[in-house]
Design a protein around this ligand. Structure first.
Ligand SMILES: [Zn+2]
Length: 730
């Protein structure tokens, strides 16, 4: 697996570093016809583009197969990408990692010190600006200690001033671990900020045992970070601050320091304030008697399939809230200094395994207190999986990010990844954010298209969804793997059958009336209060679609004698529909053949039982599931199109311009998409003024003929390579 030399946007540290025989990652422009097996590993920006690009450019721009229209001329996107790529030559790209870190960790290039010398010079920064680069993430504070990194922080101030003078936005990187050798040297009391496991042992960052995690409940550590953030905002004038390593380690490496134990007891006392409620929940008279689970071996947690024990259930929530409050506190602090500074957290997206349990990341706790979230994962690159045929994407993560009002920082140099970002990303209005297409220095025709239309079509959008998939907290938190299978596969059906949907959590229950249908795929635990809310939704005319063992348990995973959501029935104006099973289509071999997959690169042991993305094959009964979903919509689908299952779509409105936008992404890299007939419900009042198609396949906006009928409009999107959007103006 060859790997890029890391120089820019994404966070990933090179744990599975390049093969020494392949010293340079070939960052092939995505338009140069790259096999998908190569594409899955070129998702990070490379510094060495200039070494190989000229030859490829000749190939890509003169190759007849790449001709964009009858005149055989390159598109203006191709021309611009070529020009920018030429301007990029010779630039030494900025990095978020300080040199000392690379040297301390090892596994780097022999010329790193030279690169660092060149990187921040006014000449190099000027060349970047001249090449159209509008943003850079620079190293600022990695965790070595404020004194130790003083020179870095001052360098950041100088660099930022030059970048601002050149019209570039500055992103400052803040690491999330404590480097014991230096920090404890200059500040011995920092040792008291460490996480401590049940054996009073510190918790390291993977195999880098010289990096320890700080306790999320330690206020002194936050206060220390705040002095650094104050410098970042007030002295360096950061546009964005990027916090890395926002996660906790899986059991048994979770903090049980005296602070955390006291905070846990306070947490329990708030949730169970009376002796009766404590006894009903735990069978004990007083929350102070409660001891968090103590493991008898490092591997004991791996044997658990479901969390039935109440203290362990509460512990999962407590860990998530501890981390969430830590991040919220830093967010509020940065915003109190300057609300225009964008805050990025590397919390990653939602995948088909239990990250509440594994890493204490529960996304709703970050709602409205995160401006950008980073994907920074391995194995989730958009593709039709070469081994299994599964359609793999981060679409779920994008949908959750939109609910949080966060942009997603994803690697965009691959055309398919870029197309997905255009289709699904929410662009934060926070002025410090550079806009996702500007977070990479790479230039591809698709990125040039994205950059040109960012403000016009990709900002200020809202999702249109007919159905919502509800992830209930106890179902997803107290099941290690089982509930993730039907949930993931139901969402896979909605994605590939192009049903407009959102993902909701318990925190969103008051919004369920916005949807025609709520789907609970194998949501085994549905709380008593939640049952009542769902029944109220049904009585008002909504459809509830349940599968498998939904609602067999209550909010504490206590098995019910009677399932209140069954049998399937009409109730009031609505109905409850029941599908007994979502039938998996993947074979056990799918797991074995899975490509490298690591949602927490370098930071976490990969022990947890999980469904891998290569296993996201459409279930055997996907057509019946799709039909049941659609039949349950009292007003029908907002959008219908006759595209194959390897095509995905997103449906958005842009209220400021009274436009409805359909994004189309073709996952089949080898075959362009044939013209697609689309019928869309009108989202605004009044007649349709125009329907137009935009795509990096052509230079100009293409007006489309359309037919208006009652509240629908029908048109045809012409043949598309990877990405197109149709804009309906009213
Ligand atoms: Zn602690």
């Amino acid at each position: 697996m060859h790997r890029c030399r890391e120089r820019a946007a994404t966070f990933r540290e090179m744990f599975h570093f390049r093969n020494p025989a392949q010293p340079y990652c070939v960052s092939i422009p995505a338009w140069a016809t790259v096999a998908s097996s190569v594409n899955t590993h070129i998702f990070r920006p490379c510094v060495l583009v200039f070494k190989i690009v000229p030859a490829l450019l000749l190939f890509s721009f003169n190759h007849p197969a790449r001709a964009q229209d009858a005149s055989n001329q390159p598109t203006r996107w191709e021309t611009r990408a070529q020009q920018k790529t030429e301007l990029n030559q010779g630039i030494t790209w900025l990095t978020h990692e300080p040199l000392d870190f690379l040297l301390r960790r090892g596994d780097h290039f022999d010329d790193e010190p030279d690169s660092y010398q060149k990187m921040c010079t006014p000449e190099n920064l000027k060349r970047m600006a001249d090449a159209g680069i509008r943003y850079g993430r620079i190293y600022f504070y990695k965790g070595f200690g404020k004194e130790y990194e003083k020179a870095n922080m001052e360098q950041a101030k100088t660099t930022a001033a030059i970048m601002h003078g050149l019209g570039m936005k500055v992103d400052l990187y803040v690491g999330g671990t404590m480097f014991t050798e230096t920090l404890y040297h200059e500040l011995p009391e920092a040792k008291n900020w460490e996480q401590r496991d049940q054996h009073n042992q510190w918790v390291p960052y993977g195999s880098q045992t010289f990096r320890h995690y700080a306790c999320p409940n330690e206020p002194a550590y936050r206060d220390y970070l705040k002095t650094i953030l104050k410098y970042a905002v007030e002295e360096v004038h950061a546009d964005q601050i990027s916090f890395d390593n926002i996660m906790l380690q899986p059991e048994p490496e979770s903090c049980r320091c005296p602070r955390c134990l006291a905070a846990f007891h306070d947490f329990l006392r708030q949730r169970y304030p009376t002796p009766e409620s404590v006894r009903r929940r735990f069978g004990l008279p007083d929350v102070d008697w409660i001891v968090p689970t103590e493991w008898d071996s490092p591997t004991q947690p791996d044997g658990i399939g479901a969390l039935n024990e109440p203290v362990l259930q509460e512990w999962v929530r407590f860990r998530c809230e501890s981390l969430g409050h830590y991040a919220n506190d830093l967010y509020d602090y940065v915003k109190s200094l300057n609300p225009n500074v964008s805050v990025l957290y590397n919390i990653k997206g939602v995948y088909s395994y239990n990250r509440y349990w594994a890493n204490a990341v529960y996304h709703p706790l970050y709602a409205n207190r995160i401006d950008v979230m980073s994907f920074d994962t391995g194995g989730y690159d958009a593709r039709i999986d070469a081994h299994t045929g599964a359609l793999v994407s981060q679409i779920r993560s994008y949908k959750v990010a939109r609910r949080l009002k966060a942009s997603c920082e994803a690697p965009l140099q691959d055309d398919l990844l870029c197309a997905l970002d255009m289709a699904f990303d929410y662009e934060t209005p926070v002025t410090g954010s550079p806009g996702v297409p500007f977070t990479t220095h790479v230039s591809t025709p698709m990125l040039e298209f994205y950059r040109e239309y960012l403000d016009r079509y990709f900002r200020g959008t809202e999702s249109v969804a007919d159905v919502a998939v509800l992830h209930t907290w106890p179902s997803m938190a107290y099941s290690i793997n089982d509930t993730y299978v039907p949930t993931t596969l139901m969402e896979q059906v909605l994605i590939q059958h192009k049903v407009p949907f959102d993902i909701l959590f318990d925190e969103d229950m008051e919004q369920i009336s916005r949807y025609q249908e709520i789907i609970l795929p194998g949501q085994e635990c549905v709380g008593d209060a939640q049952v009542q809310q769902l029944l109220k939704f049904v009585r008002a005319g909504g459809t509830l679609l349940l599968t498998g063992n939904t609602a067999q348990y209550n909010q504490w995973r206590e098995r019910r004698r009677v399932n209140p959501l069954l049998p399937a029935r009409t109730e009031g104006k609505g109905r409850i529909v029941y599908l007994p099973e979502i039938i998996r289509a993947d074979s056990p071999a799918g797991k074995a053949a899975a490509v490298e997959e690591n949602a927490e690169p370098g930071a976490t042991a990969q022990r947890i039982t999980r469904m891998s993305p290569a296993q996201w094959l459409l279930p055997k009964n996907h057509e019946a599931i799709d039909q049941a979903v659609v039949a349950g919509l009292p007003q029908g689908l907002s959008l219908e199109m006759d595209a194959p299952l390897t095509t995905v779509m997103d449906l958005l409105t842009r209220p400021a311009s009274r436009e409805t936008i359909v994004h189309l992404v073709n996952f089949d890299r080898h075959n362009p998409l044939a013209p697609v007939s689309v019928t869309v419900r009108k989202e605004f009042s009044g007649p349709v003024k125009s329907v137009s198609c935009l795509s990096p396949d052509r230079n100009q906006t293409l007006p489309l003929e359309f037919k208006e009928e009652a509240d629908h409009v029908t048109f045809t999107i012409p043949a598309t390579k990877i990405y197109a959007m149709a804009v309906i103006a009213q």
